[in-house]
Design a protein around this ligand. Structure first.
Ligand code: G1P
Ligand code: ZN
Length: 543
């Protein structure tokens, strides 16, 4: 078989964002675009000859074509073996599981997570290292630097690999093993959680509804909930992965997962509801007529961890991204364990977990996980909750309210302004930066500004420094307003405003978050000049 070296010229826009390189499908379909990026990965990671790679994606449009290209390029670049999920499918957490279990050199995950798919939708690609986690900033920067200089890539001339059939075939001198993506992952989940206790709870009449949102977790949910936990088939919905996610937006939040939300807030609602996103790493947790914010979810799981088989020995520490609420910090304090505050994005948790400093971590953006993998893990969070519910035999709402009564409530909300012109969004951020001195010490009603800064993180393990990770307005009572530009969008700029206020008084805990945060919201709009600068009266999404 023939290895071709193809001449190419660099694209200037292959800088990975919060989670890999994400672009519209037509961008990825341009001649050489995907190939340039893949070769830049291979040129940057120094894989030894004969190394093994894991490969798969969330099944969105262009997934299969991309896999065939990457396989042929891996064969031409000296890899010895590639483990591909059947049909090209691998949820992000299961890719992490497989990289760790089979000790591969790393993996390539094809996903644009919760972004819409289809011929005009989004596509994405990222490299995960041998720890199973997203490549560090140092590696992603090396890939980007390489992409700006690349002049050729290597690819094997060969027929496509049959991706639907389990088993091994040869591609030139490289072995391709097509494996069942679900079984290794389900086995890992059974090792962490008490499936018998959850099964008994479900048989006792506890009703659940899981929404896979036409995305990658469908087959995983069917195997775990129906086969291994014995739920009825109407407990899982939208379980067939579709290339365009049924035209929907596969993001499990109150806006985009409204089909599930309507069921959980309707008459005769089930006791528990959950959803996951395009690539299966996000989760949303609902009780009967009750929503658990992701920040609270992390705190509740941490506080209940020792009830769970896989975590009986306790937690080494907790990590949360900077904009995530400090609810988890209060649990860490009570448990007398460290709590780390990292920039947004899962890649910052990897070093902490590898060094044994944290066991649980989470983000306000519906991401929670532990050191069982090095990605966030949607189904893991759902199973963790079900296991806690099976042990405590209380409702979701009671568990959360008792948690607030013990630790206080961190009222929390995020406002997203999507699709803004880049210069307008940058204008808001620059205006805020210019206001730091004037804001410090200023009183707004009951809130006094203690400090303002642009969050800068020094990794406690490798000492690397990440600057400009979001503007923080910190008030003297611990309340916060954070402004950040998204690093995952593919159209214009998305400005996120994160609001948090702490409330110890139980009598005020039932308040709606938007009501409790009203004053802070007004301050945020005022100091950022957001309305006049963007012309937007309302955010696109409120969570
Ligand atoms: C968003 C979330 C972030 C998450 C990332 C990948 O990134 O805010 O927490 O890690 O998606 O799922 P952003 O668009 O804010 O850069
Ligand atoms: Zn995702």
């Amino acid at each position: 078989m023939n290895i071709r070296t193809v001449s190419t010229t660099p694209f200037s826009d292959q800088k990975p964002g919060t989670s890999g390189l994400r672009k519209k499908v037509p961008v990825f379909k341009q001649p050489h675009y995907l190939e340039n990026f893949v070769q830049s990965i291979f040129d940057s990671i120094a894989a030894p000859k004969g190394a093994t790679l894991a490969l798969g994606g969330d099944g969105r449009y262009f997934n299969r074509e991309a896999i065939q290209i990457i396989l042929k390029m891996a064969a031409a670049n000296g890899f010895g073996k590639v483990l591909v999920g059947q049909g090209g499918i691998l949820s992000t957490p299961s890719a992490s599981c497989v990289i760790r279990k089979y000790k591969t050199f790393g993996g390539i995950i094809l996903s644009a997570s919760h972004n819409p798919g289809g011929a005009d939708g989004d596509f994405g690609i990222k490299f995960n290292s041998s720890n199973g986690g997203p490549a560090t900033e140092t590696v992603t920067e090396a890939i980007f630097a390489r992409s700006k200089l690349i002049s050729s890539y290597r690819i094997l001339d060969a027929a496509d690999v049959a991706l639907d059939q389990l088993g091994e075939t040869m591609l030139g001198e490289m072995k391709v093993r097509v494996f069942d993506p679900v079984s290794d992952y389900a086995e890992l989940m059974e090792s962490l959680f008490d499936f018998a206790a959850i099964r008994a709870m479900l048989q006792g009449g506890f009703r659940i509804k899981f929404d896979a949102m036409h995305a990658v977790n469908g087959p995983y949910a069917k195997e775990i909930f129906e086969k291994r936990l014995g739920t009825t088939s109407n407990s899982v919905m939208n379980t067939i992965p579709l290339e365009d996610f049924g035209g929907g937006h596969p993001d499990p939040n109150l806006t985009y997962a409204h089909e599930l939300v309507d069921i959980l807030y309707g008459d005769n609602a089930p006791d528990f509801g959950a959803a996951s996103d395009g690539d299966g790493d996000r989760n949303m947790i609902l009780g009967k007529h009750f929503f658990v914010t992701p920040s609270d979810s992390l705190a509740v799981l941490a506080a209940n961890a020792t009830l769970i088989k896989g975590y009986t020995q306790g937690l080494a520490g907790i990590a949360r991204s900077m904009p995530t609420s400090a609810a988890a910090d209060r649990v860490a304090q009570a448990l007398n364990i460290p709590c780390f505050e990292t920039p947004t994005g899962w890649k910052f948790f990897g070093n902490l977990m590898d060094a044994g400093k944290v066991t649980l971590c989470g983000e306000e953006s519906f991401g929670t996980s532990s050191d069982h993998v090095r990605e966030k893990d949607g189904l893991w969070a759902v199973l963790f909750w079900l296991n806690v519910l099976a042990v405590r035999k209380q409702s979701v709402e009671t568990i959360v309210r008792e948690h607030w009564a013990k630790f206080g409530r961190n009222f929390y909300s995020r406002f997203d302004y999507e699709g803004l012109p880049t210069e307008v969004a940058n204008g808001v951020m620059n205006h805020l930066r210019d206001s730091f001195a004037a804001l410090t010490g200023k009183q707004f009603g009951k809130y006094a500004v203690k400090t303002c800064d642009d969050f800068c993180y020094t990794d406690p393990v490798d000492g690397s420094v990440s600057k400009n990770q979001g503007i923080r307005i910190l008030f003297s009572d611990g309340s916060r307003i954070v402004f950040r530009l998204s690093g995952t969008g593919t159209e214009g700029a998305t400005l996120r405003v994160y609001l948090e206020a702490y409330e110890a008084d139980v009598a005020r805990h039932p308040l709606d978050a938007q009501v409790a945060l009203k004053e802070l919201i007004d301050i945020a709009l005022d100091i950022s000049e957001l309305r006049s600068r963007t012309g937007r009266e309302q955010p696109t999404v409120i969570t």
